[in-house]
Design a protein around this ligand. Structure first.
Ligand SMILES: *Cc1c(COP(=O)(O)O)cnc(C)c1O
Length: 362
């Protein structure tokens, strides 16, 4: 069976060399005589795997020593609770920008733990842009500002980093992590589920400035307390060993192609091809405002729900899978993460042209 181009928003494609390496090591990793999937997390074989994964990630993202790197379970959604529990004291405040569905969920979760406020939202405009916020928008005494850096469902991305002064900036980067360099020092906390751009599902990356550790409320579940997790090298309990190994292979692959600057260049080229085509015709409409277009998730519609449905079904038959938009917004979405080859984008554009020619609008 031939491999397809999988445009899923997550879990999503992995680089072919990574899958091949994992396959070659599936039965026996190095001289261990066993698969990584069978290995004790406290064994001398696994220790170098997690240590190298962390070292390579630090290298790729240029993570300074005063930040802890955690490989956890629970997905990005668990961090929606962990963030307020670790950073907002009892009776405290936290500010949120709601720029899509996941940031809305993060905000709702924080409301359970205290005085969370939505200080800006693009909901009234169907989330087609990112609100601009800065220091003057933050409430007096707020514990942090939470943003979602790339909105997976709507296909928007921050084109700036909010200046929050001394207030820690917390960013959900699940769908743009490792797609381009970011200045980690501008953030107090960065977190991301692995399954979009990093590894199979099952791991959550948390990068947290060390001075923010140790502030968790007493009621915080031990498994959500970043300090406990950092003090134990992400091994307070059994970490997602196999996913950490796969993430490590992805980090090695990224380093081998030249790191995040090189990755960014490739991603920019792929996105420019697709947006360039969208801008050159009027059969498909790309709803997102140009300056906030995501490089990872490209959304478009025909304007006719039946045609949209037909599009996704016909594309599947051509080996272009999972182009249906999120169930809450409809239309189409092409997720073109790091592992999507340029040929996948070229084939998609060819299909879009053919579909438009064969399905004139009424
Ligand atoms: C997918 C996604 C989530 C949810 O991730 P889980 O790991 O499934 O909890 C949260 N935020 C963003 C931006 C996402 O893309």
């Amino acid at each position: 069976m031939e491999r397809v181009f999988n445009f899923s928003a997550g879990p999503s494609m992995l680089p072919l060399p990574v899958l091949e390496k994992a396959a070659s090591e599936m039965l026996c990793y190095g001289s261990s005589g066993m698969s990584v999937a069978e290995m004790s997390h406290r064994s001398p074989d696994f220790e170098p795997i997690i240590q190298k994964a962390e070292a390579d990630l630090r290298l790729l993202m240029n993570v300074p020593d005063d930040y802890a790197v955690l490989f956890l379970q629970g997905g990005a959604s668990t961090q929606f609770a962990a963030v307020p529990l670790n950073l907002m004291p009892e009776g405290g405040k936290a500010d949120y920008v709601v720029s899509g569905q996941f940031s809305g969920k993060a905000y709702k979760e924080a409301l359970k733990y205290g005085d969370a406020a939505e200080i800006a939202s693009s909901k009234a405009d169907n989330f087609v842009y990112i609100p601009f916020v800065g220091r003057k928008d933050l409430r007096e005494g707020t514990s942090y500002l939470h943003i979602c850096f790339n909105n997976t469902i709507y296909g928007t991305k921050y084109n700036y980093i909010p200046d929050t002064g001394d207030v820690p900036l917390v960013a959900d980067m699940s769908s743009c992590i490792l797609s381009e360099p970011v200045d980690v020092t501008k953030f107090g906390v960065i977190y991301a589920g692995a399954q979009k751009n990093m590894a199979p599902a099952g791991m959550t990356l948390v990068i947290v400035r060390k001075d923010l550790l140790g502030r968790a409320r007493p009621v915080t579940p031990t498994m959500l307390d970043w300090k406990t997790l950092a003090d134990n090298g992400s091994m307070y309990n059994t970490p997602p060993c196999y996913t950490i190994y796969m993430a490590g292979l992805v980090y090695e692959w990224l380093l081998s192609i030249g790191g995040l600057e090189a990755m960014k260049k490739i991603n920019e080229e792929k996105a420019a091809l697709l947006y360039g085509y969208l801008d050159s015709q009027d059969y498909y409409i790309a709803p997102v405002r140009k300056e906030f277009r995501s490089m990872m998730n490209v959304t478009f519609v025909t304007g006719d729900a039946d045609l949209d449905k037909k599009f996704a079904a016909a594309a599947t038959l051509e080996g272009l899978k999972n182009l249906k938009g999120h169930r809450s917004v409809g239309g189409m979405r092409a997720s073109i993460y790091n592992a999507m080859p340029r040929e996948g984008v070229e084939k998609l554009i060819g299909f879009m042209k053919k579909f438009a020619a064969e399905n004139p609008k009424a």
